[in-house]
Write a protein that binds this ligand. Sequence first.
Ligand SMILES: [Zn+2]
Length: 302
Amino acid sequence: MDLFHYLLIWISLAGLCLGSFYNVVILRSLSNESIIFPASKCPKCGHRLYFWHNIPVLSYIILRGKCYFCKEKISIQYPIVEITTMVLFVLAFYKFGISTDTIFMIFFFSCFLIMTVTDLKAKLVDCNIAIALAIGGIIWNFSHQGFSGAAGSLLGLIAGALIMEIIARSGYLFIKTRAMGEADTYVAGALGAIFGWQNIGLVLLYGIIASMIFIVPIFLYNQYKNNNKTTCILSVLFVLSILSFKGPVQNYYMLAILIILGLALSVSILRGIKKDENRNYLPFVPALTAGALFFIFFNINF
Ligand SMILES: [Zn+2]
C-alpha cells in the first residue's frame, strides 16, 4: 500500500473518532457541561455507558439505535455527525494531499460542523468556536500559506464581520430588529480571516445563495400554511416566467413582466417576514458553511 492510501485509512478512522468527540462537544455546549467530565452517560436514564457503547457508527448499529439499558432511542445525530466528520476529513485530504493545509482544513471543517449542528438543533452558536476559527485562519495565512497572506487575512476578518453586521442591522429598516443573530457576525469575520478580503465577498455571496436554496422553500411553505395567497401565486408566476425564459434576453416584454413580478414578489416576501413571528427561526451558519465549502472545493486550485 502506498503512503497516500495508508494515510487515507488513518484519516478516515480519525474522522470517525473525532466525530464521536464532536457529538460530545455539541451535547455539552448545548447543556453547559464540561467537555471532559463526567464520563459519557445516557441522557435519559443517566446510566454510565460501557466502552463498546462508544464506538463510532458501529455501536449505533449494534445497539440498533437504542440505549442498552433503558431502550431510549439514540439520536440519529450521533452516526450522522461521525460519518460527516469522516467524509469532510477525507475530502480535505483528497483536495490538499499530504500537507499542513490538510491539517488546517480539518480544523476549519471541524469548527464548521460543530457550529452548524448547534445552530440547526438549538439556534445556538458558541462564539468561542468562531473566535478559534478566526485565530486558525490568521495563523494559516500568516504562515505563508492560505488564500491571501497576513494582511489580507486581517482585512478579511474586518470586512467579513462588517458586511454581516450591516446585513444584520439592515433588518431595523423594515422589520425593526436585527435580521440575523450576533453569532453570524462572528462566523463571517472568521471566514474573512480564512479566505482574506479578496475572497470574503464571494464566499458570503455563496452563503446567501445557499440560504436561498434552503430557506426560501421553507419560507414559501410557511406562507402557504399561513394562507398568504399573494406570495404563493406571485412565486409560482415568477418561477414559471423564469423557466419560459430561454437563451439571451430577446423579448423585452417578457423581461418587463419578469422585473415587475420580481419586484411584487420581493415586496410581498418582506411583508410576510414582518408579520412572521418565527422570523428568527432560520439558521444562517449552515448556509455560511455551505458557501465556505463550495468556495474551497470549486474556486481554489492548489
Ligand atoms: Zn438509557
